[in-house]
Design a protein around this ligand. Sequence first.
Ligand SMILES: Nc1ncnc2c1ncn2[C@@H]1O[C@H](COP(=O)(O)OP(=O)(O)OP(=O)(O)O)[C@@H](O)[C@H]1O
Length: 252
Amino acid sequence: MNEAFANDVRGPQGAVDIAGRGTAYVQVRGLVRTFGSGATAVTALHGIDLEVWAGEFVAVKGRSGSGKTTLLNILGGLDRADGGTVFVDGHEVTAMSDADVLRMRRERVAYVFQGFGLLPILTARENVGVPLRLKKVAPAERERRVVEVLERVGLGAHLNQTPAELSGGQQQRVGLARALVADPGLLLADEPTGQLDSGTAREIMQLIAELVRDIGMTAIVTTHDPVLLSVADRVIEIADGRIVGGFEEPGI
Ligand SMILES: Nc1ncnc2c1ncn2[C@@H]1O[C@H](COP(=O)(O)OP(=O)(O)OP(=O)(O)O)[C@@H](O)[C@H]1O
């Protein structure tokens, strides 16, 4: 076990072989999240059960307000559940201290945001270097990995440009490079193509799929766009905080 997680409560349902079908990298049981209280309370998640297998690329679809972002935020430790359990790579996120959640976010989960989330005053290489700075990776090694991953997403010629000097698609490639540079086990992307035109959106989604498969990580991506769903191994549908389709993976 990673020593950063030595204090985790590891429950019986951690990263386990489930009926010989492989390892569940993400396992969710009875997940509930309610915002507010009393008459104005909104229950965004009503008891979600979900397994995502190691190496699987899952797309989550659902109408606006169905609970996609809330689910992703809890999986990635950006928000806390009100009930139920979430295990990521065998570690119970729902039982972690805030400090352990922060460490998990730095060490094994990467986020890609719809609005790219880049720091405007930093160049592409500086933006991508941020997660490695947080992990205190030595400068020479950091530079090597930053350049390698930016080349991998097709931005080898744009290392020193700031976000304002890049197109939307290029900015999302930087966002993707920043997500991948620290070698996460789990990629979470919330509407990563929501601000892109349809051609660029398709390119970015295909790039995500290609990278996820090459690297062998697990990915959960939300999207409204039916065309983009075809690149995923499995599509899960959420409606009113409940999973209504996509429980089983198609013939893997
Ligand atoms: N911080 C919050 N405070 C109050 N209600 C919230 C909060 N975050 C989400 N909600 C509510 O929870 C429900 C689910 O929202 P969520 O953002 O998860 O949906 P979504 O499927 O991601 O929508 P979209 O596709 O528009 O991003 C909605 O009814 C929303 O209004």
